[in-house]
Design a protein around this ligand. Structure first.
Ligand SMILES: *Cc1c(COP(=O)(O)O)cnc(C)c1O
Length: 404
């Protein structure tokens, strides 16, 4: 960064060699997975930094995804909030959300590692669709594991994945949701270490995944710097607000500002029916230290270490952990956590639709709802990461409106 702050180097937020952000992260994996993860760990930085890789990544982001995504000043929303609110329009990307930034990066990596078979896990189906999309683009075999219950709840995304040529395999164990799909994907990877790359969809999982996914998503804040410079004459905002499921859109939106203490980082989680209702996904409040999907982080668990099934109206925030970067940012005080209920998110979704003509994803609506909870001064520049579009959520919005 050209405008460096006085932050001492020791306070710099970066992952270490072993994948730790402070006490969080690492790679806690079964021994049989070790060769796959170790190969990736040794090679990912070298491959990503190659100029050939960067050229291809940038070209696809521009010509296929449609980047740069606009940074839109939202005048009517700004007047309501009492701050200068800008929306980083990840909803305008191909496939309708930020997830494609990561899957493009990982498919290029998979090709360089000479992998011919791609596997992924998906909960709501958004990451599955983004993975099936890039596999079609590259002509690679694609298998997506999805909980049988989720397949029923998210039938349109199952249809999309199939149309894109992917095979969707139901996970039939446990609660038949995301964590069971993840277990199936890990089992598959153990059995097929030679030809298979596992594309994880957020900044979660064993090192190097959280760092690798954050780097691919960091294009979000890279663009913000020049767009803010152009529109506000300053390359940094006063605050960045993003919703956190695993935390990949937030990691991308924060990335180039992590060490710039002038920028408030606000992480918005799903409170579901309320933090104390027993039906929520507010991991930073309800979570405790433990290991999930190969990384040490904060997660919702019972006193004897069983994972608590999370709940949120938005399927993308319905995850029992958070990525290790976010566990570190929140517990060190660098990021502020806000939790938003289903009802608040629905209202914020309708409000954006009717003040700015943009229907946000339900996940994103949580970030928008947080604006009402925070205090800003009138000239504060606030960027909200508009992580995705709400077409997939129309039924939920319309159904939810009766309760609002
Ligand atoms: C998947 C998803 C999220 C949550 O995932 P993160 O990794 O936390 O970004 C948020 N918004 C949208 C639109 C999504 O599809």
């Amino acid at each position: 960064m050209n405008n460096t702050t006085a932050t001492p180097l020791s306070a710099t937020i970066a992952v270490d060699e072993l994948g730790y952000y402070g006490e969080f992260g690492g790679a806690y994996i079964p021994e049989m997975l070790y060769p796959n993860v170790e190969t990736l760990r040794r090679q990912y930085l070298g491959l990503i930094k190659e100029s050939g890789f960067q050229d291809e990544f940038r070209r696809l982001l521009r010509d296929y995804v449609g980047r740069p995504s606009p940074l839109y000043f939202a005048p009517r929303l700004s007047a309501h909030i009492g701050a200068q609110v800008y929306l980083k329009r990840e909803d305008l990307n191909h496939t309708g959300a930020h997830k494609i930034n990561n899957t493009i990066g990982q498919i290029l990596l998979a090709r360089r590692l000479a992998k011919t078979r791609i596997i992924a896990e998906t909960g709501a189906g958004q990451h599955g669709v983004a993975t099936a999309t890039v596999c079609a683009l590259m002509g690679l075999q694609c298998i997506v594991y999805m909980g049988a219950v989720d397949m029923e709840r998210q039938a349109p995304n199952v249809a999309r994945m199939k149309m894109l040529g992917a095979e969707v395999r139901p996970a039939l164990s446990g609660s038949q949701t995301l964590k069971d799909a993840t277990n199936e994907a890990i089992r598959d990877w153990i059995n097929n270490p030679e030809d298979t790359h596992y594309i994880i969809g957020s900044v979660v999982g064993p090192h190097p995944y959280p760092d690798m996914v954050a780097r691919f998503q960091s294009v979000i804040s890279e663009e913000m710097k020049s767009q803010l410079q152009e529109q506000t004459d300053r390359h940094y905002p006063d605050a960045i607000v993003a919703c956190v499921g695993g935390g990949s859109n937030a990691a991308g939106a924060y990335y180039h500002y992590l060490n710039d203490r002038r920028v408030r980082l606000i992480a918005v989680e799903a409170a579901g029916h309320g933090v104390d209702s027993g039906e929520s996904a507010a991991t930073s409040i309800l979570g405790s230290r433990g290991i999930i999907h190969g990384s040490r982080t904060l997660l919702m668990q019972t006193p004897d270490g069983q994972i608590v099934e999370p709940y949120s109206i938005s399927a993308g925030l319905d995850y029992p952990g958070i990525g290790p970067l976010h566990a570190h940012l929140i517990s060190s005080g660098r990021a502020e956590a806000v939790s938003i209920t289903d009802e608040e998110a629905l209202k914020a979704g309708f409000f954006l639709a009717q003040t700015e003509g943009i229907i946000p994803a339900l996940e994103t609506a949580h970030a928008l709802a947080a604006l009402d909870r925070l205090s800003f001064s009138a000239d504060d520049v606030v960027v909200v990461c508009l992580s995705g579009r709400g077409d997939k959520d129309l039924d939920t919005y319309i159904g939810g409106m009766k309760d609002c």
